[in-house]
Design a protein around this ligand. Sequence first.
Ligand code: GLY
Ligand code: MN
Ligand code: MN
Length: 464
Amino acid sequence: MSAFDTTPHVRRRAELARRIGPAGIAIIPTAPERQRNRDSDYLYRHDSYFYYLTGFTEPQAWLVLTGDGRSRLFCLPKDLEREIWDGYRLGPADAPARLAVDEAWPVTELDAQLPALLDGRDAVWFPFATHEGLESRVDGWLGQLRSRVRYGTLCPEQQRDLCGPLDEMRLVKDPQELDTMRRAGRISAGAHIRAMQVCARMLRAGQAVHEYHLDAELLHEFRRHGSQYTAYGSIVAAGANACVLHYRADAAPVRDGELVLIDAGCELDGYASDITRTFPANGRFSGPQRTLYELVLASQHAAVAATRAGARFTDPHEATVKVLAQGMLDVGLLDRNKVGTLDDVIEKRAYFQFYMHRTGHWLGMDVHDCGAYTEPSEIGQTSVRKDALTGDTIVNRPARILRPGMVLTIEPGIYVRPAEGVPEAFHHIGIRIEDDAVVTPTGCELITRDVPVEPDAIEALMRA
Ligand code: GLY
Ligand code: MN
Ligand code: MN
């Protein structure tokens, strides 16, 4: 077994213990196994909170952390017969040495030990609304404790959501996490290059290309570099399919002259990457394709320039929208006579017809990672406005202030569905460009740029 560095997990558990206070107790289960169909499970993936605190990837495991910093792992016991069928188990005897937890017990002991562990604590912390059935398990343990109050037991008076402190911790990545994310970004970038090159090569050779061919190339590259999973279902969208935001890699033919949008990233050692590139299937952008591509790229450059410590999470989005909205007026996607000036387009959200998503999200263990998007230090400063498109009343809270070590995606796009007044040359073009950015004190580090974004560079690499 490879060397396992427990240092970050020990540090995170100590920090979490500090946050729940000396009389608190935290209960964190890993993810359940799920059946896909008879006798066949979905590929198992641990729970991100649990993994963050333990680095342990086996199913049926729980971490119980008390505010004094003591950690107890409950895990599957050694069982030769089950290990013959299902594989190696670490087991409670070896867990303390391997994971640097203070104690480890068979998971079958959980129900017996929890009431006593809860006795005398001021608060029990667990992740709310994330694990089906967890609340009732906790209720059961508290009920047992309460039934013994006549004998002097003390029930915690508070149940508190562990997602609060854990989300805050996970939002700012530590050096080990950033190192893994950089490696994940490099692998995914290589996979995008491979898919682009295979696409152009197959078309040049007169071979039929389907979306699933490119999906297979991505997966090949992810896996051969040790990635365990895709970070999400890969999108490989040929031509008009790119205008379906949650399209999956399917069976459509990739045709000469069309664009291909690929949104795909690997998960490496528990951390996601998330890259989108849009490229001409045959390796040459047409005029209208290049016009819209350069517009999306310019908006991404503006968003990158707006991403730095001290800026707000919403600043890159606002920078994107300004460039896209102006571009939509300039290229005739939006008719000035109908929608008015740039300010009107932004105010009335007329750009929404072609750009209907936000410019980014937190990235980490989960592709849409946890972490508050509003600034905790300004939580009470609300204002109310009416949404220009829907008329809904929106409560605005100040957006999160970016800090070094936060990681977010920057992913502007344009999606043109045919509609009255929309120039035909742009119909069915869907473009997104997405990179992963680590916030630094003075700007951001793009960790996915091993695959180029400049149109000339994409064309050159597809000729290679
Ligand atoms: N691939 C998911 C996203 O870009 O948000
Ligand atoms: Mn994304
Ligand atoms: Mn994506």
